[in-house]
Write a new protein. Structure first.
Length: 563
């Protein structure tokens, strides 16, 4: 049996956490070895300076149940096609199934919020004009964005407790609620909604991840839970089946969950990522479940899926334990040309490296992930190249699951070999502060060549972190677009060779917990001033290869264009 290191567990309220320096010393590192001279950036909290005034609400005044504790998330997408990523925040509301009676005073006062990126480091709240405040009966959890109707602008899907919402982008800065017409209300409790073309017909389909059959009164009546936890956990409720909606091409969708082999009525889904995980040319699904086995749904190329999680080694985390898996994040961490999986959780988190096609190895302990995460409760995890050295680095948003107890976030760099190195103390004042973190998203909001971070905070204001200095090294952003609409070709794959590395990235939006991020693949080139080779594969299998591509540019690639 593999022995995990034993990080300090979460202390009781009021106890002091170990200092960050203690973690660094346990890792055997001289923390000063990776400072400004190494090219590692700092992250500046620009939330207030950027004009972001949105504040998440529980829908009442106390954190008292699992529904209130689960969110929030957001969507990062370019709704007005100006080349800058905009922000959509989801909010809680007073809901009779969730909220206490004191919260009735908040009815009609809470809304979701759309912030337009002004392109100068600031954002403007355009929610009312856009018409995307949400419905009064829908308690917001997450959101995702895609051009589902192939009209050239990006639409928005909002995951809720209750019924979810599909907003069609009208192309003039406004949206129309077309949920009922499209048939995608997906009643229940939705936590994720990746868009992908599962059957190769050129239209984006929708997979909605559902969580629990929450019952507000059941455990108030019985008291059958550990009182110190404040409220019952996920094992106290039955799960809900996820739903796959096929895009019919006429503005409507059809539920094809059973037909596609995806029917799993007992799942407690907390997240999903849709991409070509096994590298065979079609889109697969990895679904993380709470306190039970995860699902790796492998596409047979004909639009039918088979769960290969146990066979592949991705069913469980932390060396075989059934843990509280949050949203999965996919990236090629070790640059072997195969996609790996990060799954934050309430313990040590999980890193599963794909060493052979279709087979994963648990590297949670060996990579130092367990040591970095063990004292925290992880939610939104990201694997992005923040210093443009060619390797994905690690960010995890942390926060207590049962109380509004604050925790630090994790920031670490991949050493290019086998482990993560704690970089929190070198990454800016934000990492000396504590929050009740939940979803985390990323984007190059200022289009300056390095990736920024957005962390959602439970019952508080989100935090926008600007990457300062990540672009000291060279970079390349490759954006495959569709020939018909000019929008990002979700489901494609980009491979870049540079700086003695081969780097592969899928083109996806939903990657992580409760969030949709910047879908434009971003590559750090290190000291290389050009990429030796850029290969773009579109969802239909068509391919383009470019050679000797200059660094430090956003490269838009259409199928069939001359090099």
């Amino acid at each position: 049996m593999m022995t995990l290191p034993l990080p300090l567990r979460r202390p009781a309220p009021g106890n002091q956490r170990p200092a960050r320096a203690g973690v660094a010393l346990m890792l055997g590192l001289a923390v000063s070895a990776f400072g400004a001279d190494s090219g590692w950036p700092t992250f500046t909290d620009i939330t207030e300076a950027a004009g972001i005034k949105f504040k998440h609400s529980l829908g009442d005044f106390d954190l008292s149940n699992i529904a209130e504790a689960t969110g929030p998330g957001c969507a990062v997408f370019d709704f007005d096609n100006d080349g800058f990523m905009d922000l959509y925040f989801v909010n809680g509301r007073w809901h009779p199934d969730i909220s206490d009676n004191r919260g009735r005073t908040l009815r009609g006062k809470l809304r979701n919020a759309l912030h337009r990126n002004n392109g100068d480091g600031t954002f403007t709240d355009v929610t009312e004009r856009a018409g995307v405040a949400g419905r009064e009966e829908s308690y917001g959890m997450a959101a995702s964005a895609a051009d589902y109707d192939n009209d050239g602008d990006v639409d928005l899907y909002v995951c809720n407790y209750g019924s979810s919402i599909l907003y069609r982008n009208n192309g003039d800065g406004t949206f129309t609620d077309v949920t009922d017409l499209a048939g995608v209300a997906s009643p229940g409790w939705a936590l994720a909604a990746p868009w992908f073309d599962y059957n190769g017909d050129g239209r984006l389909d929708l997979f909605v991840v559902h969580y629990l059959e929450y019952d507000k009164g059941a455990f108030q009546r019985t008291g059958a839970y550990y009182k110190a936890d404040n409220f019952p956990g996920p094992l106290s409720y039955p799960g809900q089946p996820d739903t796959l909606y096929r895009n019919n091409g006429d503005g409507t969708f059809t539920d094809v969950t059973r037909e596609a082999g995806l029917w799993e009525p007992t799942g407690r889904g907390m997240g999903a990522v849709a991409c070509d995980i096994d590298g065979d040319g079609d889109i697969d699904l990895y679904v993380t479940n709470d306190a039970m086995a995860n699902n790796l749904w492998i596409n047979d190329g004909q639009g039918r899926f088979t769960d290969q999680a146990e066979r592949s080694g991705t069913a469980f985390g932390e060396g075989g334990q059934g843990v509280s898996s949050m949203g999965p994040f996919v990236a090629d961490v070790d640059r072997n040309g195969l996609l790996d999986l990060l799954v934050p959780d309430m313990g040590y988190s999980s890193l599963m490296l794909q060493d052979q096609r279709g087979f994963f190895r648990d590297a949670t302990a060996q990579s130092n992930l367990a040591l970095l995460c063990g004292q925290y409760t992880g939610w939104g995890g990201l694997l992005n190249d923040y210093d443009n050295d060619g390797y994905p680095d690690l960010f995890i948003a942390n926060g207590d699951p049962h109380h509004l107890y604050i925790e630090e976030s994790v920031m670490a760099r991949w050493d290019g070999k086998s482990r993560f190195i704690d970089m929190a103390r070198q990454s800016g004042d934000f990492f000396n502060r504590k929050y009740v973190g939940r979803g985390a998203a990323f984007a190059d909001f200022d289009n300056d060549g390095d990736l920024d971070i957005l962390m959602n905070v439970l019952d508080d204001t989100p935090r926008l972190l600007r990457n300062d200095g990540g672009n000291r090294r060279n970079w390349l952003k490759v954006v495959p677009v569709r020939a018909d609409t000019g929008r990002v070709a979700l489901g494609g794959t980009v491979t870049v060779k540079a700086n003695a590395l081969t780097m592969i990235q899928p083109v996806i939006g939903v990657n992580g917990y409760l969030t949709s991020s910047d879908p434009r693949p971003h590559f750090g080139l290190g000291d290389a001033t050009r990429a030796e080779r850029v290969e773009v594969v579109w969802p239909d299998g068509s391919k383009r290869v470019l050679e000797h591509v200059p660094a430090n540019q956003v490269l838009t690639v259409k199928p069939g264009d001359a090099p």
